[in-house]
Write a protein that binds this ligand. Structure first.
Ligand code: PLP
Length: 217
């Protein structure tokens, strides 16, 4: 699908949910896509992108930033504590803050650097062993801890289990956010972003629907 078609579907989903037009931000997930495709989407005027690996982002985004003004790059994949400083130089937002040690590293480097990317705290709504994120039962405490570190918390993020109805997970994430007075919700991918918008998503992460199927990962 074209970028315009996806943007149109987002606007329609906003309207259907009774939400203001423009309240949902599209993060175009460009991981493992050919640079020509990413450049095409940049040329069409889109500026907000997502990558799931620090190393991969480091290999292409400094150059894209030099050619296109106003790039807004989001890290949506795991972050190791020893890569936090590098991530600060690459990303405007980090969606994968999922443990105290990482939150503490971000807080320390924010002090040193004098700035901090926006932060989303990842919740493992499906309580899957192989997935990152704090379990739902530990979310309130983790949010409080991150607030204590003065992190610029924009909201929460989740990746629902592949084999379950995603809307239940979106609703759970929205509920945890609401009771903690957080407004940002990073949820919804190519197959389910309209349902995520119905549940209050503010950031949808859409890759293959825009760029086509990925050959790896
Ligand atoms: C790859 C990825 C996406 C995009 O997935 P699509 O199904 O291609 O839209 C969204 N979120 C995360 C965390 C991802 O790793």
């Amino acid at each position: 699908m074209s970028l315009d078609q996806i943007l149109q579907r987002i606007r329609t989903a906003e309207t259907n949910a009774g939400r203001a037009s423009g309240s949902v931000k599209l993060i175009a997930v460009s991981k493992v896509q050919p640079n020509e495709r990413v450049a095409e989407v940049l040329t069409q005027g889109h500026r907000c992108f997502g990558e799931n690996r620090v190393q991969e982002a480091a290999g292409k985004w400094p150059e894209f930033r030099a050619s296109f003004e106003g790039v807004d790059l989001h890290l949506i994949g795991p972050l190791q504590s020893n890569k936090v400083r590098q991530a600060f130089g690459l990303f405007d937002a980090i969606h994968s803050v999922d443990r105290p040690k990482l939150a503490q590293a971000i807080a320390r480097i924010a002090q040193e650097e004098g700035h901090c990317p926006d932060v989303f705290l990842q919740v493992n709504t499906g309580e899957e062993d192989q997935k990152a994120g704090v379990p739902p039962a530990a979310a309130d405490e983790f949010i409080a801890e991150c607030r204590g570190l003065d992190l610029p918390i924009r909201g929460l993020m989740c990746i629902p289990p592949a084999d379950e109805e995603p809307s239940l997970h979106f609703a759970l994430l929205a509920k945890i956010a609401a009771r903690n007075d957080l407004t940002g919700l990073s949820m919804g991918m190519s197959g389910d972003f309209e349902s995520a918008i119905a549940q209050g998503a503010t950031h949808v992460r859409v890759g293959s629907a825009i760029f086509g199927a990925r050959t790896t990962t």
